[in-house]
Design a protein. Sequence first.
Lengths: 184, 97
Amino acid sequence: MARSNEALRRPALEGRAASHAWVSVTPAAPASRLSLRTPADSVGAVSKALGFALPQKPKTSAQKNGRAALWLGPDEWLVIDESGSEISPALGKVKAFHSAVDVSHRNVGIVVSGPGAEATIAAGCPQDILLATFPVGACSRTVLGKIEIVLWRTGDTTFRVECWRSFSDYAFTFLSEAARDAAV
Amino acid sequence: MLLIRCPYCEEERPELEFRHAGEAHLVRPGNIAEMSDEDFEGFFFIRQNPKGLVYERWRHVHGCARFFNAVRDTVSDKFVTTYKAGEKKPVIKGAAE
């Protein structure tokens, strides 16, 4: 039997996709992620290292050059970088007190897109996610069915769902089933 | 579903995102090692549990994850007000002291 010396890495949702008339559910591209905790007086220094200002208002996000910071709590952010660059080295030089934990492989992203995206998410999320109350760029940690997710609206009809890796099968199946019933 | 206002998210959120966390404004005594068993029992186990308006701790566990305090009516389940942890206990007419 042939043996390989290389570890084989498979994304948790490799090859899965659900496409319906009104909405599509697809795994997001791999990204590097950071769980960031920063007291108020370090926000300036951390923002500078990240390349843009951390959002300060609840339910808001900020992004620049493929890197986004999502407000999760008064001193807590989820940073997602889809540009392919690692985030941790830039923050390693910051002297101001903060905590940055690389959670790139803890989370799995799922993109829900199409006119039925709102209805699909609403099948399991109790929050009011209409455009008026959850505008483009809004983000929040919340609930989807039985699991906790981070929901981020990236467009009028596009959402990104971030869940923990071990919940990704449940999340994806849940969203695929919901997408089947979603109509506008 | 109940909508609970989180003072940190500055918004009403569905109750599924929250978790109850016991009676609020309990002060931990500084001399626990010297306390009598009866006094410790009073601090540790005995709660008021009145009917009507109660001061409670809640946690927005599936949201901003912060603890905060709330005044809730145990009869109607209505939330009278919510406020950040560490803020002064609001005086509410009809609430037990």
